[in-house]
Design a protein around this ligand. Sequence first.
Ligand SMILES: O=C[C@H](O)COP(=O)(O)O
Length: 248
Amino acid sequence: MRQKVIFGNWKMNGNKEGLISFLKKVEKAIKKSDVKAGLALPFTLLETGINKAKIIDIAAQNVHFATNGAYTGEVSIAMLKEINTKYVVIGHSERREMFGETDDTVNKKAIELIKAGITPIICCGETLEIKEAKKTVTWVNGQIKKAYKNISPSDALKTIIAYEPIWAIGTGKTATANDAEIVCQKIRENLAKIYDEKVADQITIQYGGSVNPSNISELMSQKNIDGALVGGASLKADDFIALINYKK
Ligand SMILES: O=C[C@H](O)COP(=O)(O)O
């Protein structure tokens, strides 16, 4: 059975002092949880998070695929590895929309991260326009196919997928648990076509988009939803605790 993996994504929020007290409070409250908890932090908070967190896994929110070079403002995989980063979120819709992330760069990043032993959390998801045109599954499966290009079955097992419908991010509009489940199921079927059922069955697929303490239980009860990537509700310690300790 796949373990539930719930990651907060702080986006461009937070500071050192706040993170330290957040970790203290949250880790005390989730000690006995069987859920894997993680936090995707801004670059400047990564080292503090990695050094202070005992239970929570720390993720970066972006990385460059190149080894080094003239990429002003970017951070390399080796730089993240040097501080012991275990996960990196790639292809988040905000990075695709505002910072030129493409399916091709997502694929390059995934390949290089896997080589470095870092788990990529590969984001995918459709706009409202695509949803209304009833093209969600085609769109998302296209993103997945491109993200996994030239990735072997054994390496595919070292990845996580986050399905995040763009229209549900930060809007308070969550996909219904059933709608989210259907897309996650289709992603798994697509993985079975790219690889095989055994591989598809082992890959963690998270849902993201206005997840909060009141809808987490229903979302997590779905067969193909293996966790969540949570923005807004992960910023408050009490809400994050409620998410990790969700009622089963
Ligand atoms: O990475 C997280 C997602 O963008 C979801 O954000 P949200 O929970 O604020 O809607």
